[in-house]
Ligand binder design. Structure first.
Ligand code: SF4
Length: 368
């Protein structure tokens, strides 16, 4: 059994009916419960629940303080290659886009690592495009060996690997895996992933589970909001996380709610997700998943990101450059993956968190 079976088992359920017909009394009852089932969670994502964000925010704030205190984990991504063989219609790195491609050699990776480590960050997220030829597992492993010199916690966000490949990277020092399904709706998935290995829906869906089996300590999942009705995508993300939690309780999980940002190429079928929608998703995640981390990237504007911290967000990126070689040089950089909205440095982000009377954490794990 894999999460795909859970996904298929929900096909004959009328999720739209619940989204459209949940009543005010049901929301109140759910907020008084200690444990929610998946349909309680869906009701918190319903149209009616959008009228009760204030009371949901109180509950979410209570649960966040109970499970995380006033701590916020800071991290930053390092892009080491933007070569990609896939055709994801929403991404600048799509192999049909004529962008400047760049892959860092080991010396350049070390320069980037040194620049990032000067900010005090000790948790890093390593990213590549999806190309086994340009970024084989051996290259990722070599990069990890360098990053280990400067960082205590290394997570990866790369193409979907096999279990033994994840294990190889865990043995090399990787502690976390971030892999987003992008869109859980299988039909839409096929329409937006037109070519390349990423077009294999099930292979990607099972990747977080392979990471759990391989010994990853942290797993981050999510859907790219804007590709489908956000309520259903957030619902599948939440129940996917719940499925993994029950099966692999020793792993720590986080969920993310990235909205599509401007990128190179044309994709205009965006299912709009406004700020209030995003707040509702964060609140529903926190109330359903309680102790699961919630990640918010620099896709969102600074004031808005700050506002989401008391509501449930626990992991925040800072000092972000989404281009290859973005930290160590202004020249010879690869094209950025998407435009960022919050351009604050790590120092500025730390100050903002402290000013909110929260504690910025520079790492969540220490390799020994
Ligand atoms: S989303 Fe990933 S796999 Fe798809 S084009 Fe971008 S880098 Fe490649």
């Amino acid at each position: 059994m894999s999460f795909y079976d859970v996904y298929k088992s929900l096909e004959d359920k009328d999720l739209d009916y619940i989204i459209e017909n949940t009543k005010e009394e049901e929301i109140k009852e759910i907020l008084a419960k200690d444990f929610l089932d998946e349909f309680d969670f869906l009701k918190l994502l319903s149209n009616e629940a959008k009228n009760h964000l204030e009371i949901m925010a109180k509950r979410a704030n209570f649960l966040t303080l109970k499970h995380f205190g006033r701590a916020v984990l800071l991290y930053t991504p390092i892009y080491i290659s933007n070569y990609c063989v896939n055709k994801c219609v929403y991404c600048s790195y799509n192999h049909e886009n004529e962008i400047k491609r760049k892959k860092l050699n080991l010396e350049e990776i070390e320069k980037e690592a040194i620049e990032i480590s000067k900010t005090g960050l000790r948790h890093i997220l390593l990213l590549t495009g999806d190309s086994r030829k340009e970024s084989p597992v051996s290259y990722i492993k070599d990069a990890v060996k360098i990053l280990k010199k400067y960082f205590d916690a290394i997570s990866i966000e790369v193409y979907a690997l096999k279990e033994d490949e994840y294990k190889e990277l865990v043995d090399a020092g990787v502690s976390g895996l971030t892999i987003y399904q992008e869109v859980y709706n299988e039909d839409i998935y096929k329409k937006v992933h037109l070519k390349g290995p990423k077009s294999n829906y099930k292979n990607r869906l099972d990747a977080p589970e392979r990471g759990c089996k391989a010994g990853m300590k942290f797993i981050g999942i999510g859907a790219l909001l804007g590709l489908n009705d956000f309520r259903k995508e957030a619902f599948y993300t939440g129940i996917h996380c719940n499925y993994l939690q029950k099966k692999y309780p020793h792993v720590e999980y986080s969920v993310s709610a990235p909205r599509i940002r401007p990128h190179v190429g044309i994709f205009d079928l965006i299912d709009e997700v406004d700020d209030k929608d995003l707040v509702q998703i964060i609140l529903a995640y926190r109330i359903y998943l309680k102790s699961v981390g919630i990640t918010m990237s620099t896709r969102e504007k600074e004031g808005f990101r700050d506002h989401l911290i008391p509501l449930g967000v626990t992991n925040i990126s800072a000092g972000v450059k989404t281009s290859v070689k973005g930290h160590s040089s202004d020249e010879d950089k690869g094209e950025a993956q998407f435009e960022i909205a919050d351009k604050r440095s790590v120092k500025e982000m730390k100050e903002a968190i402290k000013n909110m009377n929260y504690q910025p954490l520079m790492k969540n794990w220490m390799n020994i």
